[in-house]
Design a protein around this ligand. Structure first.
Ligand SMILES: NC(=O)c1ccc[n+]([C@@H]2O[C@H](COP(=O)([O-])OP(=O)(O)OC[C@H]3O[C@@H](n4cnc5c(N)ncnc54)[C@H](O)[C@@H]3O)[C@@H](O)[C@H]2O)c1
Ligand SMILES: [Zn+2]
Length: 394
């Protein structure tokens, strides 16, 4: 027997830029991001744009074309801008990945060319997957346009699409070339998508940053009322927490069994599937946070006052803490129609031992490997009763 143990260390670097009016020809940022690093000038570029942007930004395709024309020394539009459906529908249909691959093929892109995704987290997940798999990886620039994608999904290293009823069944870990957060996209979001992204910021604050939790708590009502400067602050702080975790958490490509950034996500992913994706990811995460926080309180890990603060901040930000699907098919924990089967699916997605993050306090997480399903069912019931009482008062 003879063995050689190979070890490879690769450092990944990517910038997160903040701007407004990214496609204004007078805004040099995107041209610089490409121009500074292009091995070929002008660099071939293709754009994939979330169709859901069109009602609020009807001019976006023309604006992209104008931008490329104004910066033609560095950017060469290699194919017409591709519009894809927004929302989870785009992750549920493999054909969109194929369409983006075809675009990359037609544009004759190479690994030194750029794929630029503009849209919500769902579109960016699909674009990232296509870019990571064509030629085994083409430079990807993400321009996220929702709160959730700006404060969480687009700043990270994951992409993917859904398959066999499972969230993110197909996907890769791949770092972007750059991320550009443009807050001028946010005012056109529907209320649901504006608020949904707050849940990921609350999640990051709960596991990493009690001061940030205080900040969100203080401003929850103004955030719900769509205060843009406050939201910009929330996006920035949440994005930094996500970036820091990925860079310093010791497991950027999630090879272990613990997934702290997915607090509240085992039930959230399942709820999205159970509602045929009518429930948005961010909305489901709000409920998932409420559920695991309640479980921690009922099992004695978390104090009642802290539990109350978490539930109150979710509700003050306009997020639901319960949906009837939570209470269905709970008799058998393996029934795929019930939320409890989300525990096994969560474990399967990551591999290894079941690891659910819970809270001892705000900013004090711990790993739990054994969930008591009777207690989880009781937690669901607590949230159901609280929501019923709220609606009676309303
Ligand atoms: N890769 C990751 O690490 C990661 C992390 C968290 C979430 N996600 C994924 O992100 C997705 C959710 O992303 P999301 O919350 O951005 O929702 P989304 O992408 O589903 O978009 C929601 C809706 O907003 C529309 N939209 C986008 N930008 C808009 C704008 N500026 N104005 C008006 N409408 C706009 C879209 O067309 C869509 O209809 C889920 O699929 C989730 O699994 C991925
Ligand atoms: Zn999430």
């Amino acid at each position: 027997m003879d063995s050689i143990h190979q070890q490879i260390q690769v450092a990944f670097r990517y910038p997160l830029h903040f701007t407004t009016g990214v496609f204004d020809p007078a805004n040099p940022l995107l041209g610089r991001v490409i121009g500074d690093d292009a091995d070929r000038s002008p660099a071939p570029v293709v754009f994939v744009v979330d169709r859901g942007l069109l009602p609020g930004h009807p001019d976006i395709v023309a604006a992209i074309e104008r931008y490329c024309e104004a910066h033609r020394e560095v950017v060469a539009l290699a194919a017409p801008v591709l519009l894809v459906p927004g929302g989870e529908a785009v992750k549920n249909d493999w054909h969109h990945v194929a369409d983006i691959h075809r675009l990359i093929h037609r544009g004759a892109l190479c690994r030194h060319s750029y794929v630029i995704g503009v849209g919500g987290g769902a579109v960016l997940d699909v674009v990232g997957f296509a870019a990571a798999t064509a030629h085994r990886g083409i430079r990807l620039i993400r321009i996220p346009t929702t709160v959730l994608s700006q404060d969480d999904s687009a700043v990270g290293v994951k992409n993917g699409i859904n398959g066999y009823g499972k969230k993110n069944f197909l996907g890769t870990f791949a770092t972007p070339w750059a991320v550009i957060n443009d807050s001028s996209f946010l005012p056109t979001l529907h209320d649901r998508d504006w608020r949904g992204g707050i849940s990921e910021a609350i999640k990051a604050a709960l596991i990493r940053d009690p001061d940030f939790f205080d900040f969100i708590e203080r401003h929850a009502a103004a955030l719900k009322a769509r205060d843009l400067p406050l939201m910009e602050e929330v996006v920035r702080r949440s994005a930094v927490l996500h970036l820091t975790h990925i860079a310093q958490g010791g497991d950027p490509f999630e090879q272990g069994s613990s997934r702290p950034l997915d607090y509240g996500h085992w039930s959230a992913h399942k709820l999205e599937a159970l509602t045929d994706y009518r429930m948005r990811h961010g909305e489901a995460v709000g409920i998932g946070i409420a559920l695991d926080t309640t479980y921690a309180q009922l099992t004695g890990a978390l104090g009642e006052p802290e539990w109350r603060r978490v539930i109150d901040v979710l509700q003050a930000a306009g997020l639901a803490i319960y949906t009837p699907e939570l209470s269905e098919h709970l008799d058998d924990p393996d029934d795929p129609r019930g939320v409890l089967s989300g525990l096994a699916e969560f474990r399967e997605h990551l591999g290894g031992e079941l690891t659910i993050l819970l809270l001892n306090g705000i900013g004090r997480p711990f790993d739990c490997h054994d969930i008591d399903t009777a207690m989880m069912i009781l937690s669901i019931e607590v949230l159901r009763r609280r929501t019923a009482a709220d609606s009676l008062r309303a």
